[in-house]
Ligand binder design. Structure first.
Ligand code: 5GP
Ligand code: ZN
Length: 112
């Protein structure tokens, strides 16, 4: 998707503070962090949102889920962390390339 912000990060056309990447995902710091640790995990392939997932994405999604606690541990979040997936306009999604927020540490806001 040529007009997708996160596809441009995948392509290297827009800089990002990347902290992890493999053949399936990229993880980078959120530009407007809501907590001491605020990372975004995205698939390399363009999927607009959770609502667009199909069975062909099952292995990818499992990979992403299993990576999250590993990354949280690497960030020192051993007493807990929060993951958020905003879906659709009314779900607060602003960037329509599937992403998982990983938040933790000091400054983690209440869930309200
Ligand atoms: P959403 O509301 O779609 O779940 O969250 C989008 C997130 O992307 C926001 O937390 C926002 O701060 C972050 N974001 C938007 N543009 C950029 C960017 O260009 N670079 C990075 N690193 N994060 C971005
Ligand atoms: Zn995209």
């Amino acid at each position: 998707m040529s007009d997708c912000l996160f596809c441009k990060i995948v392509a290297g056309d827009i800089p990002a503070d990347i902290i992890f990447e493999d053949d399936k995902v990229i993880v980078f710091k959120d530009i407007n962090p809501k907590a001491n640790v605020h990372l975004l995990m995205i698939p390399r392939i363009h999927i607009a949102s959770l609502a667009e997932l199909t069975e062909e994405h099952d292995a990818l999604m499992a990979h992403m889920m299993r990576l999250l606690p590993v990354l949280a541990h690497e960030q020192g979040l051993d007493s807990g962390f929060r993951t958020i997936i905003n879906t659709g306009k009314d779900g607060g999604q602003i960037v329509f390339h599937l992403h998982i927020h990983l938040l933790g540490g000091s400054g983690l806001p209440g869930f309200a």
